[in-house]
Design a protein around this ligand. Structure first.
Ligand code: TRP
Length: 360
């Protein structure tokens, strides 16, 4: 077993070596959620459902990345509500604040200090080359602030502050993760082996991808809202959105390949309906051909709408209850921050000591 702290605590005595004790404990998993927009089915099946499965097996840290949001200059009054909503929705989806550390980024000042140190490990050239940065510059040429440029450094600090090794993220975040590994590696070379290198983590293989109901790209937190199913949508709205989802005249030959937007309806159905229901529509689809269309997309959507409403209803209700209960929200985020700060300050001690900072 590798001892990360050899360079810091020498000699490494197994009985009191923190690295040894940590290695014997559960691995650290961490992920962050930006509080912009509403959580949708893609977030649920692509991320939150996996977080819930991880909470028993790993030492989990999940947080709301409100500092990150400031880089795009949102209305901060709205931001407070969004933070609360994200916390409430995550709990409604099954995260247990007793089992995981569920916290708000700005409640953990240790992250900001590590961000400062890591900024000296990040080069302007590589930051400017980051795909997400280039995209933001293209979309918002009037707001190319330094926070935007160093977004990947803050994200690295989020991860490394808990010495997390497994980071469940989507494909679009893998470049950031690679940068986090580079910053950690450079830190370790310069100051001593303190920071383990984090890896992307897809629990149980392929992530479920959910397309927008018009078949144009993925569901989105803020765009194309009439084609995205949000966890906060009313029954009526869920029904309306599904009934107007894109379909066509049906397959032209038996057993044909499904177009994306039809496959997407089947994907959704597999997630929320019974196997017999899905099987019936699969059979109808496969038996259909031009001039002999057995599958009725109208019926399929009606069934999907009914099952989706049943699926979302309890999550929406629980999230609303929690969101209204400000005392409970406060208690949960306090408790999360306490857990996160305990772990963060332990890392910061090692980091400072490796650098030779604040040692009297
Ligand atoms: N950048 C991530 C996103 O846009 C959110 C995030 C911030 C994050 N810090 C993180 C994800 C740390 C994983 C780990 O979705």
């Amino acid at each position: 077993m590798q001892c990360y702290y050899k360079a810091v605590f020498r000699p490494c005595n197994k009985l009191n070596c923190i690295a040894y004790l940590r290695a014997m404990a559960k691995e650290v998993v961490l992920s962050g959620i930006r509080p912009t927009g509403f959580l949708h089915l893609g977030n649920y099946f692509g991320a939150m459902r996996n977080y819930v499965r991880m909470q028993d097996e790993y030492n989990c840290y999940f947080f709301v990345a409100n500092w990150h949001s400031l880089t795009t200059h949102p209305d901060t009054k709205e931001l407070r509500n969004s933070v609360n909503r994200v916390v409430a929705e995550n709990i409604a989806c099954g995260l247990d604040p007793e089992k995981v550390a569920l916290y708000v980024q700005s409640d953990v000042p240790e992250i900001a200090e590590l961000y400062l140190y890591l900024n000296t490990m990040a080069y302007k050239g590589e930051l400017e080359k980051t795909t997400t940065f280039k995209e933001k510059v293209r979309l918002n040429p009037d707001n190319v602030n330094a926070g935007l440029l160093t977004y990947p450094v803050l994200m690295a600090a989020d991860i490394l502050i808990h010495r997390a090794v497994k980071v469940p993220v989507g494909k679009d975040q893998e470049q950031h993760l690679e940068m986090a590994r580079n910053f950690a590696d450079r830190f370790n070379h310069r100051y001593g082996n303190v920071l383990p290198l984090p890896q992307a983590f897809n629990y149980g293989g392929e992530l479920v991808k959910i397309l927008s109901l018009d078949g144009n790209g993925k569901m989105s937190k803020s765009e194309n809202q009439m084609n995205t199913l949000y966890l906060a949508d009313t029954d009526e709205l869920i029904g309306k959105k599904i009934m107007k989802a894109k379909t066509d005249q049906g397959p032209s030959t038996p057993n044909s390949a499904k177009p994306d937007y039809i496959e997407n309806l089947f994907t959704l159905m597999r997630l929320v309906s019974g196997a017999d229901v899905v099987g019936k529509f699969e059979d109808d689809f496969n038996a259909s051909s031009e001039g002999h269309c057995i599958i009725r997309y109208g019926d399929m959507k009606k069934q999907l709408a009914a099952d989706m409403i049943e699926f979302i209803k309890p999550i929406r209700a629980k999230a609303a209850d929690i969101q209204e209960n400000k005392d409970l929200l406060h208690k949960i985020t306090r408790q999360g921050a306490e857990k996160a700060r305990a772990s963060a300050s332990e890392t910061l001690k090692l980091v400072r000591s490796a650098i030779g900072m604040n040692e009297s």
